[in-house]
Design a protein. Structure first.
Length: 187
């Protein structure tokens, strides 16, 4: 009987270790996302306040990727954050095949009115993870650049179309799934 109980205990403890690892990875990802999201959001707010949607769009087009690079440089070795979307504006935000698969699943769950997890952890390989934090259009101000022709600011969108003539990141309504932060963590 001891031989049967012992392997079961090992399985249970392996499961707990996995839950601990999952929790640790999520916490590390959350911290990285808060840094990235906070930096981008504060600059966006400053520009919106200083010059309205046109200045905010100009900031986003010209400086957001530089800020993202700077923030990424401050993370511990093996950690990086990016934003991806199936409907991307900047080709640099195009998801990889594995990321597109996760984004499509999230969109499918949203369409089916299923609950979407706050974070999704995927083990890419041994000691390598990708954590997805879904992004939703929760504020009307997002629609100034990502909404339909009636909600977009025309001057801001003129700048956007000049830089990204193949822009796909429009037509959203409040509450829509926009994309995700993807945190890569290599231990």
């Amino acid at each position: 009987m001891k031989r049967v109980v012992f392997p079961i205990m090992l399985l249970a403890s392996a499961s707990l270790l996995s839950a601990d690892t999952n929790k640790e990875i999520k916490q590390e990802a959350k911290s990285a996302i808060m840094k990235m999201g906070g930096a981008l959001k504060s600059h966006m707010k400053q520009n919106m306040k200083a010059g309205g949607p046109a200045q905010a769009a100009d900031f986003c087009l010209e400086e957001a990727s530089g800020i993202a690079k700077k923030v990424n440089a401050g993370y511990p070795k093996g950690v990086s954050v990016k934003r991806v979307s199936l409907k991307y504006r900047n080709p640099a935000d195009k998801p990889t095949a594995d990321e597109a698969k996760i984004l499509a699943q999230i969109q499918s769950d949203v369409n089916a009115h299923k609950a979407v997890p706050k974070m999704i952890v995927k083990e890419v390989s041994k000691n390598s993870y990708k954590v997805y934090k879904p992004i939703f259009i929760n504020k009307g101000v997002c629609l100034t650049c990502h909404g339909d022709a009636q909600t977009r600011d025309q001057q801001a969108y003129k700048f956007i179309k000049e830089k990204y003539p193949n822009d796909k990141a429009v037509g959203y309504k409040k509450g829509d799934f926009r994309g995700a932060f993807v945190v890569t963590i290599v231990k």
